[in-house]
Write a protein that binds this ligand. Structure first.
Ligand code: GLU
Ligand code: MG
Length: 446
């Protein structure tokens, strides 16, 4: 502990940002002077439990206090906030791991894999918008970002280069291996990719990215947004997961998804196929975690975008390098294209593991690979191949989660009660709202 304190002090750190994640995937925490590092790493820093979204903790008594206990190995000095270092915290209540803490939920699923000697790696790919406020709402911060097909636009990147390069350099200095930054397929939309890592580290990295991006965007007078679908005529923001399963450690790590035939182009291992089958079979319920907002379902549609496509999945299918399918298979891994930018990375990963393990334990078969463009398919063609659609709204997804005993057992009663309750309430609030669209369409129509 002394060494960490000294090392942080030598980097000019005077304050620790003790950060945990609430059920909505929002970073929360406190600033703690470096002198109190030891307390943070042992007992943890205390918070009023009921003040944190989704804890369900009482207002008084021993279980009213939520402790964020810091993990020394996660301490990183933040170049965009000189003097400050982030430390990731796990949630504890009454001295025990708190079962509704999203990171503890993921820990339990990672533990189930570890019992079999396995490690899940994810490469999480956040897409996001840089916006500015107008009198009527929001628009892309870069007013010149107007191409009808803006993917990979190199002329717009320099206009946001201060933000993008500070973000990228900041994350690299924190130890993330940033792979690429690009302009995505909507005006004002970007993506940053960093190297895959074990499931907990990857989710921690996404939270660090969000912290950095919010702070830097505000400094540049912009709103960083991970809303899944801000503009109805533009593609939304996905947060795809590249998923692989490993055995062993260090130089002896072996990819369990590798085709045993040795020729990667021939496909994935039987274990990978079972895992994928589990993910496909639980997709409706997985939506509640991976696409957790009312707005998420405006992303999961085919076609309604100025650029000609949404690139978001709408059908429950898998296919080799098929970006029109929910699961795009690649050599040694698959890309889970369902999650959007509003997903809590801990909960989405925990649910993914539970679904995959169910597929493995029941030796499920994912069925024939889809090798055609699903966005062009007809309902009859999909019907013939047994391909079903994703839920069309949050209500259906939450009902599916409520009925999915496998995912519920994995997430735990406390988390499920809080999450399902919060999402039902969100749906009811939305359903009761009379929108501008309804006024325009119906006010004078009858
Ligand atoms: N923006 C798309 C989505 O919502 C994904 C685009 C891509 O394939 O990178 O999933
Ligand atoms: Mg993308």
């Amino acid at each position: 502990m002394k060494n960490i304190k000294e090392a942080l002090g030598a980097q000019g750190v005077h304050t620790l940002i003790a950060q945990f994640t609430d059920i909505h995937g929002v970073a929360k925490g406190k600033w703690v002077p470096l002198a109190h590092l030891d307390d943070l790493l042992t007992e943890g820093v205390g918070f009023s439990g009921p003040s944190i979204a989704g804890t369900g903790l009482p207002r008084m008594g021993p279980r009213s206090e939520y402790y964020g206990r810091g993990l020394a190995s996660t301490a990183r000095a933040l170049p965009w906030m000189p003097g400050y270092a982030r430390i990731v915290c796990d949630g504890f209540v009454a001295g025990e791991p708190f079962d509704a803490c999203p990171r503890q939920v993921l820990r339990r699923q990672v533990g189930r894999l570890a019992d079999r000697g396995w490690t899940l790696h994810t490469g999480i790919e956040p897409e996001f918008f840089l916006l500015r406020r107008t009198a009527h709402g929001f628009e892309p911060a870069d007013a010149d970002d107007r191409l009808a097909k803006p993917s990979y636009d190199l002329r717009s990147l320099p206009r946001q280069s201060e933000f993008l390069s500070q973000l990228s350099a900041g994350l690299i200095a924190c130890g993330l291996d940033v792979l690429q930054v690009d302009h995505e397929d909507a005006n004002g939309q970007y993506e940053i990719n960093f190297e895959h890592a074990d499931a907990l580290a990857s989710a921690d990295n996404v939270m660090l990215f969000k912290l950095a991006a919010h702070t830097l965007a505000e400094r540049h007078g912009m709103q960083f947004s991970m809303m899944p679908k801000p503009f109805s005529d533009q593609p939304g923001s996905g947060m795809h997961f590249h998923v692989s399963l490993w055995e062993g450690a260090g130089d002896n790590m072996r990819c369990l998804f590798r085709d045993p035939g040795g020729n990667a182009s021939r496909g994935l291992s039987p274990l990978a196929r079972h895992f994928i089958a589990g993910v496909l079979q639980h997709s409706t319920a997985l939506c509640a975690l991976a696409a957790p907002t009312v707005n998420s379902y405006k992303r999961l549609t085919v076609g309604n975008s100025l650029s000609g496509t949404t690139w978001a999945p709408a059908y429950i299918a898998h296919g080799p390098n098929n970006r029109t399918a929910l699961v795009r298979t690649l050599s040694d891994r698959f890309e889970w294209r369902l999650p959007d930018a509003s997903a809590n990375p801990y909960l989405a990963t925990a649910a993914l593991i539970a679904a995959g393990l169910d597929g493995i334990d029941r030796q499920l078969d994912p069925g024939a690979a889809c090798t055609s463009d699903l966005f062009d398919s007809t309902p009859a063609e999909r019907g013939d191949r047994g391909i079903t659609s994703l839920p069309s709204n949050l209500f259906e997804a939450v009902c599916a989660l409520d009925a999915d005993t496998v995912l519920q057992a994995a997430l735990g009663d406390a988390l499920c009660e809080q999450f399902i309750g919060a999402k039902r309430a969100e749906w009811i609030t939305y359903s009761n709202h009379v929108s501008d669209w309804e006024m325009q369409r119906y006010a004078t129509a009858f």
